[in-house]
Write a protein that binds this ligand. Sequence first.
Ligand SMILES: Cc1cc2nc3c(=O)[nH]c(=O)nc-3n(C[C@H](O)[C@H](O)[C@H](O)COP(=O)(O)OP(=O)(O)OC[C@H]3O[C@@H](n4cnc5c(N)ncnc54)[C@H](O)[C@@H]3O)c2cc1C
Length: 461
Amino acid sequence: MTAIDALLKQLGAIQAITDRAQVKLRSRDFYWYSPVLKRALKDVTADLVVLPGSEAELIEVLRACHARRIPVTPRGAGTGNYGQAMPLRGGVLLDLSRLTAIQRIEPGWMRSGAGAKLSDIDAQAKASSGQELRIHPSTWRTATVGGFICGGSGGVGSITWGGLRDRGNVQGLRLITMEAEPRAIELRGDEVQKAVHAYGTTGVVTEVEMALAPAPAWVDVVLGFEDFATAAMFGHALASQDGLLKKLVTPVAAPIPDLYFRQLRHLIPTGRHVVLAMIAPQAMEALVALTVGWRTDILYRSDRGGAEILPPIYEFTWNHTTLQALKVDRGVTYHQILYPPPNHLDRVARLHGRFGEEVMDHLEFVRFDGQVACFGLPLIRFTTAERMAAIEATFEAEGCPTFSPHVCTLEEGGMKKTDQRQLAFKREADPQGLLNPGKMIAWDNPAYDGMAGRAHLFPAD
Ligand SMILES: Cc1cc2nc3c(=O)[nH]c(=O)nc-3n(C[C@H](O)[C@H](O)[C@H](O)COP(=O)(O)OP(=O)(O)OC[C@H]3O[C@@H](n4cnc5c(N)ncnc54)[C@H](O)[C@@H]3O)c2cc1C
């Protein structure tokens, strides 16, 4: 009997999937966004999928896997796009999508099971108290809250609230360790950083407590511009309006709308650069006032009708911009760049058009360490990994750190250098290194220092 067969027998009535095709399917996430990862990870598969229905079942699974030294890779909805949830060393794919209970919705915060969908949390928070999560990824409809905090970084709402790294957004979480006798630990305050964006390498999160904000009936807006530099400057001006309640400010360069925004084509004249935004209804007058003198047209506002036939505007932003492009052209991929403030607009202007239509600009304005900054998530017509590296080097040479979406390890993605706090906590919580193995380079090679001196999106000490 193999170790997996023995494990399956021991797990008894706990829900599991053994069908090889199904197991392989669930061992995938959106890794294929990257042509590099698509090639590298195509054969990755777990041996078994286990779907615990309660924390007690989850603890049983971890205890049994620990005893047999079987790797365990947690999974929420599998929408991560760096292969975060892919089981590099096989073993058990731990599907947490059944831990959905929403336990508390209070003024300013909520607590739920890690497998709860962001959209379900918001629906319940809105219905019961007129609130919503402060930030969500553009995969709001399908992603789980546990997957977001373990694998994501920020998104819609980050223009007001910053990212997951910022104090107060993730208030607490409950995590189960991978030990002979798994422990449940409540992490609060700065301690949450031991698990936030750790790809589940430091413990399995079962419950999450996150901040809520009042939920206006957001108005989706599309503004048109004749040139991209003006669109970016307007984006900055809008992002900097502290009194104007907004959730999204996204400049997108031509020809992206013409080529890839099929559902918006009737709204956007050919050749236009756009700023996509989500604005509170009571702030629309302020937005209109802000546009005066900017040589811009409001091409669409959802409070004037037409929203019924369109997807929400955020599904053209963040990583969804790339998804819209991939629907049309599988040869396109993207990159992630920080334009550090305060000279971000100069850098945007200097780099825009440097590679012609090989690199098509897409910016996301955010609050970063309390300042307005912007990330670039440009679309790139992929040719070779070497060419991608050359493009990356050009941005780096202009003082713009890049965070590669073409690698699946925490460190190489450059989302941070080795996080010593997470590494130390892993030694305590997963002493055999069985959780999502292969994703934290420092675990296998403590001397690794590939990102020394680079900017990082999460505090590393
Ligand atoms: C079109 C598209 C748009 C996206 N937009 C954004 C965006 O705006 N912002 C953003 O940050 N990301 C974005 N992403 C990435 C991803 O969708 C989000 O980070 C999402 O929140 C992940 O949730 P999930 O439930 O799918 O997690 P999964 O992909 O299943 O898992 C993500 C990571 O967390 C781990 N994990 C999952 N659940 C747990 C748990 N309970 N305990 C421990 N570890 C766990 C997994 O092992 C994996 O490493 C986007 C991806 C796509 C494809």
